[in-house]
Design a protein around this ligand. Structure first.
Ligand SMILES: Cc1ncc(COP(=O)(O)O)c(C=O)c1O
Length: 398
């Protein structure tokens, strides 16, 4: 440990570095040496923000949206979010239930800091989005992981949920469609989980629905639509993935008024209201036409079909066709113990490094998501790149 590290708090020293960042660093090093690395490790749409949203932001600048915005969000944005929930999710909220933060990431962090005391547990089904675990830690809580696997389509059962609940459980985080697995819980599956949740009225369900619009079969269903547990559900969403607005940093939640108040207090002391121009862009995203979102989804679906077909041809590798989001999460454990070009693959991390060096394709080890028998490949890159990457991976593994 360097002397500089010694100055850091125990809390910050305990945070893991994002594996995606480590992979990006190594990819960049290879690119600098002339390698043509295809990145399939990123978690954002590769499209530009739709023009009508960019225009709204320009208008906001010209109309002098340049002052501190209200901490919980501009009234017109909170109103737009209320209407979004009503029209798209059949959920009725009051403006006082809505709060806007710097992306869903910030929203979830606020919620966890507001809810957790030391010793509190948050149930986390694996594979989970990498940041949840670190956010729970930051907020002083403990993650209680429920493991799933490809045989169960990476979804938890009501019995697993019941078994994971203890006297210390404060919340469960659900994420549908899921990053990294692409799994989508059906209404029936959520209703079955709700039977368990209802038996424990002090437990909150934090439902992360940022991939709501990137869903290939059927329609998104939110646990908040289940009347029996409505009061326990906190819905988190964002404009990042649905409108290709990751850099704008606008996320939001629908929650009980007391929690919105608590999170506003916290946010007011730390970051204040979200960037005023980005908020006005988000108003346009949520009230404007949806054809760009639909178009992006159709492109993602076509890419999904290509990547799934390629992986299904690779012997022994087990794939689940993603029903949403833009990631493939194949179970690659069949390769563990094998040797390729003198390199032994003992775990998913070894395979991702092998694929980077041998195929020049960047992916992320399932280890980062709590499911070490898998790797994650993002298909938020062009069809041409995907085809090229699949050819290279097939060759590297054949
Ligand atoms: C499941 C999940 N939730 C939340 C986020 C963060 O979204 P935002 O850009 O709104 O902070 C991501 C981004 O990768 C994600 O995959």
């Amino acid at each position: 440990m360097t002397s500089q590290h010694k100055k850091l708090s125990k809390l910050i020293s305990s945070l893991a570095e994002s594996e995606t960042i480590a992979m990006t660093r190594k990819s960049n090093e290879m690119r600098a040496k002339g390698a043509e690395v295809i990145s399939m490790s990123l978690g954002e749409p590769d499209f530009p923000t739709p023009q009508h949203i960019k225009d709204a932001a320009k208008r906001a600048i010209d109309n002098d949206y340049s002052h501190y915005a209200p901490v919980a969000g501009y009234p017109e944005l909170r109103e737009a979010i209320v209407n979004k929930f009503k029209n798209e999710n059949h959920l009725n909220y009051d403006v006082s239930n809505i709060m806007v933060s710097n992306g869903a990431k910030h929203t979830i962090t606020n919620i966890l800091i507001a809810l957790l005391d030391p010793g509190d547990e948050v149930i986390l089904p694996a594979p989970y989005w990498v940041s949840y675990r670190e956010m729970i830690k930051l907020a002083g809580g403990t993650a209680k992981v429920i493991e799933t696997n490809i045989a169960h389509n990476f979804k938890i059962s009501p019995q697993q949920l019941e078994d994971a609940i203890s006297g210390n459980t404060k919340a469960i985080i659900l994420n549908t469609p899921s990053n990294p697995s692409g799994a989508v819980y059906s209404e029936d599956e959520l209703r079955e989980l709700a039977v368990v949740i209802k038996k424990h009225p002090d437990i909150f369900v934090i439902t992360d629905e940022v991939y709501e619009h990137i869903i290939y079969e059927g329609k998104h269903f939110s646990p908040a639509q289940i009347e029996d547990i409505r009061e326990q559900v906190i819905v988190v969403n964002s404009v990042s993935k649905s409108f290709a607005m990751t850099g704008w940093r606008v996320g939001y939640m629908a929650a009980p008024g007391w929690l919105v108040k608590a999170c506003s207090n916290l946010q007011g002391q730390v970051t204040s209201g979200v960037n005023s121009v980005a908020q006005m862009a988000a108003v346009e995203a949520l009230t404007g036409p949806m054809y760009e979102t639909e178009k992006m989804k159709n492109i993602f679906q076509k890419r999904r079909d290509i990547i799934v077909e390629a992986f299904e041809k690779m012997e022994g590798i087990n794939v689940m066709e993603p029903q949403g989001a833009f990631y493939l999460f194949p179970d690659v454990s069949v390769l563990f113990g094998k040797e390729f070009n003198g390199r032994k693959i003992n775990k998913a991390d070894d395979l991702t490094w092998y694929l980077l060096e041998e195929a020049q394709v960047a992916s992320v080890s399932g280890n980062a998501f709590g499911t070490p028998e898998c790797i994650r490949l993002s298909y938020a890159t062009s069809e041409e790149n995907i085809v090229k990457a699949m050819n290279r991976i097939t060759k590297a593994l054949s």
